[in-house]
Design a protein around this ligand. Structure first.
Ligand code: PLP
Length: 239
């Protein structure tokens, strides 16, 4: 797991630099380390280097990792516990382990899924933080709800007792050109700001930007950037 502390530091530096460029305070952007396909040892290496929030895409892999990391974490680790964010597609028969093991879900796009998550959330854990995934690039992407339908879904989610509606998330189509990267993030930000007037200060999260486009995302107002390969290295799905 050599190199993780150094790469983590480089990503943090890049976020601070982008915040400087955007004239935003660096505390306003939280780094979510996306650990999918990497083992508990990689999470531990990042945690020991100070990282606290981790993202997972696959339910079984994620739950196994949450457990393994909790067992392996040294008691001496300074600060509070780690937080786990579910950022993958959700099948309705997989909501229970998500509700029971994660602190956040970024990929809610259907009321039925939201209702199950709320129903299955153990009371002792407090409300599950939820972002709605928006299909901001239109036809190009299959995931996420259409921008025109976001407000109705937000109203439904806000009524569910064990969920806390926190904001919006998107995965735009990859683009190499910086202006092309910024455009969908700008569109998501406009939608976010409009909804925030309605849903109030709890609605505070704009989850956008990954390894290849986090600078564009921070310039457009991201409050969580989800970064995997720039921290953990290239993923090998066949291992
Ligand atoms: C894998 C993944 C990321 C991280 O992607 P990188 O390009 O490795 O930074 C971010 N968000 C989601 C939803 C992902 O699935």
């Amino acid at each position: 797991m050599s190199g993780i502390p150094e790469r983590l530091q480089a990503v943090e530096n890049a976020i601070v630099a982008a915040c400087g460029e955007a004239r935003r305070p660096p505390e306003g952007v939280h780094l979510l380390a996306v650990s999918k396909t990497f083992g508990p040892d990689a999470v531990l290496a990042a945690a020991l280097a100070g990282q606290r929030a981790f993202g997972e895409n696959y339910v079984q892999e994620g739950v196994d990792k949450v457990r393994a990391v909790a067992e392996a974490l040294p008691d001496s680790l300074p600060g509070t516990r780690l937080t786990w964010h579910f950022i993958g597609p959700i099948q309705s028969n997989k909501t229970r382990p998500i509700a029971e093991h994660f602190d956040w879900v970024h990929t809610v796009e259907r009321e039925k899924i939201a209702a199950r998550l709320s129903e299955q959330r153990p009371a002792a854990l407090g409300p599950l933080n939820v972002c709605l995934q928006v299909n901001i690039s239109g036809e190009a992407s299959k995931s996420g709800i259409a921008p025109a339908e976001v407000e109705a879904l937000a109203e439904a989610v806000a009524r569910l007792p064990n969920l806390r509606l926190r904001g919006l998330m998107a995965i735009p189509e990859p683009a190499d050109d910086f202006a092309a990267q910024r455009a969908p993030f700008a569109a998501l930000r406009v939608l976010f700001e409009r909804l925030r007037e309605k849903f109030g200060p709890d609605f505070d999260t704009l989850s956008m930007g990954m390894s290849a486009d986090m600078r564009a995302a921070v310039l457009e107002g991201a409050t969580i950037v989800r970064v995997g390969s720039a921290i953990f290295g290239a993923r090998d799905y066949n291992k």
